[in-house]
Design a protein around this ligand. Sequence first.
Ligand SMILES: NC(=O)c1ccc[n+]([C@@H]2O[C@H](COP(=O)([O-])OP(=O)(O)OC[C@H]3O[C@@H](n4cnc5c(N)ncnc54)[C@H](OP(=O)(O)O)[C@@H]3O)[C@@H](O)[C@H]2O)c1
Length: 284
Amino acid sequence: MILVTGATGNNGLEILKRLASQNVQARAMVRNRDRARAIADLGIEMVEADFDLPETLPSVLAGVDRAFLVTNSTEYAEAQQLAFVEAAKQTGVKHIVKLSQFAANADSPVRFLRYHAAVESAIQSTQMAYTFLRPNLFMQGLLNFRSLIVEQNTFYAAIGDARVSVVDVRDIADVAVAALTEAGHEGKIYDLTGSQALTHTEMAEYLSAALKRQIAFVDIPPKQMREAMVGFGMPVWQADGLIEDYAHYRRNEAAAIASGIEDATGKAPRQFKDFAHDYATAFS
Ligand SMILES: NC(=O)c1ccc[n+]([C@@H]2O[C@H](COP(=O)([O-])OP(=O)(O)OC[C@H]3O[C@@H](n4cnc5c(N)ncnc54)[C@H](OP(=O)(O)O)[C@@H]3O)[C@@H](O)[C@H]2O)c1
């Protein structure tokens, strides 16, 4: 049995769609089944559990051989993921596929990269097999700017003209499914990037072509980006983490192009122009 956590999230849902279409037996961990309509529609078994309530984890893990682990990046993420790893160890899970992040490192100035490194290290210290997926910035992250793009034809970030080898979540899901269903991915750390390192201005140009209207990118100071995110209701810890993340992008530390997608799946990564085309209606 394969367990997918973060099942209602960006990656979890894409993974479940693939497992369902391949008729692979899988279980989705959800906090609230009433908010998980999309998973019910796939015909996937759902079990309610909460990373913050470790006593709920053994029942969702019963009979599970392989688990996909993801949480969103909050100040609780490290403790949540460590609790899951401990419960997985106790219940006899054989293989954890963990969604980490490009450049995860215990000494990074970016808090997200430190917590991912801490969880990776905890998994490596168990007897369980592991596969770490380290994606770069998600193309689908642009959907967070959807209302700005729809209403103002503009999106903003504190990134300057830095290049980032952005990656499509659909490719991350393809790699996760390969790791969850095939042998040969044990002990692998896959850096997952797109095949082009793009500036945000270039992304705006691709979006303009796909949407057939002019979309602009505007660079803003980190302080303004932080105020905007906190103003939208984002917790301060998370907003500060994203500012650290964007400073790391701005230093051109996320521009390298890696072969992880092709190594794991045998397929070339989707290009940003494909993303812009496929998601055009979301920005219209
Ligand atoms: N965004 C990027 O560009 C980027 C790049 C590289 C790596 N990453 C990494 O990707 C990860 C996020 O992945 P994602 O975008 O697929 O996630 P996401 O869309 O933010 O979804 C998070 C999932 O976690 C679930 N969840 C949250 N708190 C929970 C709890 N207490 N118990 C059980 N489930 C809980 C949510 O369920 P509910 O529906 O119940 O809320 C949701 O299904 C982060 O670790 C981040 O560091 C992101």
